[in-house]
Design a protein around this ligand. Structure first.
Ligand code: PGA
Length: 260
């Protein structure tokens, strides 16, 4: 299984900024190729998807680093009177093959309910988009000892309709464990905490989908991943990659993470 090094650009980057960052990353990757077991996945803002996709194609061709494009959200209906929303088909139309769903900023800032995330996952799979599902506890939940309960609730609710789905393919799903208290705070989870949470995620995936499928699902860690801590995080059992926010905005900080 390749290690998935994912960037979540959030509400950053115009088209020229996206192209510039990936151009710099291309130069760095050409100078020294990242290991052959690495792949890059960029979750770009909607308006920069097409530009980012083209720059990723160029990067992949120049460096033989497999690169993939994802969006940061979508709506679950196919089309209709839903002002301001984006459909799975629209994302594919601009070249995205992945979608990030259930990010903590969607859950906590925009109060996205569990049911919506489940519906979005069902639609994404039906429309042949791959899904990166984000899960993770708040500081209060952690302090009250609710980590396992929260992960179970988030994973089981999200995959409710995949349990019996004969078409479900594990390569179409990634789970990103992102403790909410570590996102954008500079406070990274300890290696032992990451190990525990990732083992819990793997076990929950196994109980929902069976151990064979669970073993093939990439589980990413996210939350203040930086060049300084990426290597230690990547070495943790059950960590198959990372989801990087702040440090993915610059080639100088994302490149060493890809290589970690
Ligand atoms: P961060 O964000 O790396 O800036 O903490 C991670 C994320 O929100 O996916």
């Amino acid at each position: 299984m390749r290690k998935r090094m994912a960037a979540n650009w959030k509400m950053y980057k115009t088209r020229p900024e996206a192209a510039e960052m990936l151009g710099k990353l291309e130069t760095l990757c050409q100078k020294k190729k990242p290991a052959a077991d690495r792949e890059v996945l960029v979750f770009a803002p909607f308006t920069a998807l097409e530009t980012t996709g083209k720059a990723l194609e160029k990067l992949a061709a120049a460096s033989s680093l497999p690169c993939f494009l994802g969006a940061q959200n979508m709506y679950y209906e196919a089309e209709g009177a839903y002002t301001g929303e984006i459909s799975a088909r629209m994302l594919q139309d601009v070249g995205a093959s992945w979608v990030l769903l259930g990010h903590s900023e969607r859950r906590h800032v925009f109060h996205e309910p569990y049911e919506d995330i489940t519906k979005k996952i069902d639609t994404a799979f039906k429309e042949n988009l791959k899904v990166c599902l984000c899960v993770g506890e708040t500081l209060e939940e952690r302090e009250r000892g609710f980590l396992a309960m929260i992960l179970e609730k988030q994973i089981m609710a999200a995959l409710e309709n995949q349990v019996q789905n004969p078409d479900f393919l594990p390569e179409n799903l990634a789970v990103a464990y992102e403790p909410v208290w570590a996102i954008g705070t500079g406070q990274t989870a300890q290696v032992e905490d990451i190990k525990e949470a990732h083992a819990l995620c793997r076990a929950l995936l196994a109980s929902a989908l069976g151990p064979e499928k669970a073993a093939e699902i990439t589980i990413l860690y996210g939350g203040s991943v930086k060049p300084e801590n990426a290597e230690a995080i990547m070495a943790v059992e059950n960590v198959d990659g990372v989801l990087v926010g702040g440090a993915s905005l610059k080639a100088d900080t994302f490149y060493p993470i890809i290589c970690a």
